[in-house]
Write a protein that binds this ligand. Structure first.
Ligand code: 0CM
Ligand code: SF4
Length: 318
């Protein structure tokens, strides 16, 4: 076993708080589990319910079938949309097929959709700050007809934008971006288009900003940070980048098995955090590996208390 061959004796292990599951992920997983309990297996989930391999494999065992598109679900199926949200077209496809649909879109993603729709109804051109190809970006852009929303990822994209009327512009953002990088993109937008309308309340969600704040704090005391999360998880990738920007070496790891001796060589103080879709059991395994010689080296660094909960649809409640 790889775990036994890793020679590690850090002086201390710091655990970020908050870390791991957010309210939107908890709700999305609960929707899948309750759908199976209430309606029976199989249930069909369009896209990974959240971007975590362990979560997806666990739900497969319970009777969830993960599909790419609505058309991959058989007639009469129960179809669940992932936490990242879907476009109007995907919603429409589900309706057209006459499928029973459960929407596990995080309410904070839906908030961005509604904001975008409000601007669209006002005749504003909308700029979305986000990463091309990410399912949330596809879902958010797809709230309005093709061409109505322009996507930018960095200040350079802002320089190249061609807009219809610079006095009828608004921007929204993906929920899981780097808070600091997004500030730079917003500054570039506001410099070029002084009348651009901003969201009333930030679109980057509470879980994303809190985890970034916590990893910055971790970076002050760590010489290595391990971020538990899957490679396709946007918010988890951002945590690794934020740690590195703070001057701390950081790796995104799927689980404890991914830790190598080379990663740990010469590192005395190791910080551990996790993306919003990474389950606590994976973090526990990482901590237990790092502290196998002495459990007393582990301490938690709390930066902010979280108290957010989203309820599941009525028909799934016990
Ligand atoms: O958006 P991201 O790739 O970070 O998704 P995730 O499934 O890793 O995290 C939860 C969410 C959302 C929306
Ligand atoms: Fe919702 Fe934020 Fe969690 Fe995504 S990371 S599911 S937007 S709370």
């Amino acid at each position: 076993m790889q775990q036994q061959t890793v020679k590690i004796q850090p002086k201390s292990v710091f655990l970020a708080q908050p870390r791991g599951f957010c309210a939107g992920v908890e709700r999305a997983i609960e929707i899948v589990e309750r759908s199976i309990e209430v309606f029976g297996a199989p249930v069909y989930v369009r896209h990974e319910i959240v971007h975590n391999k362990h979560v997806v494999e666990g739900l497969k065992q319970k009777g969830a079938v993960f599909i790419k598109e609505v058309e991959d679900a058989p007639d009469g199926a129960l179809l669940i949309f992932s936490a990242h949200g879907v476009s109007k077209k995907v919603q429409e496809d589900g309706k057209q097929r006459g499928l029973r649909v459960m929407d596990a879109t995080c309410p904070l993603v839906t908030k961005v959709h509604l904001e975008l729709l409000r601007h669209y109804a006002n005749g504003d051109q909308i700029i979305l700050i986000g990463h091309q190809g990410h399912p949330e970006v596809e879902g958010t852009m797809g709230q309005a007809p093709e061409g109505a929303v322009l996507l930018v990822s960095d200040p350079e994209d802002v320089t190249n934008l061609i807009v219809n009327d610079e006095n009828k512009l608004a921007f929204v953002t993906q929920t899981t971006l780097s808070v600091d990088d997004t500030k730079d993109v917003i500054a570039a937008l506001q410099t070029r288009f002084p009348n651009i309308q901003a969201p009333k309340k930030e679109d980057i969600c509470y879980a994303t900003s809190n985890r970034q704040m916590a990893v910055k704090d971790l970076a002050k005391v760590s010489d290595l940070i391990l971020v538990v999360g899957s490679p396709n998880s946007s918010n988890s990738n951002r945590l690794r980048e934020v740690a590195e920007k703070e001057g701390c070496k950081a790796y995104l790891i799927e689980n404890a098995q991914a830790i190598t001796s080379a990663m740990l060589e010469g590192k005395e103080n190791i910080g551990v955090t996790a993306g919003a879709s990474a389950p606590e059991v994976l973090i526990e395994e990482v901590v237990s590996l790092l502290s196998q010689h002495d459990k007393n080296i582990v301490s938690t660094r709390e930066t902010i208390e979280e108290n957010v909960h989203f309820s599941i649809p009525k028909e799934l409640k016990a």
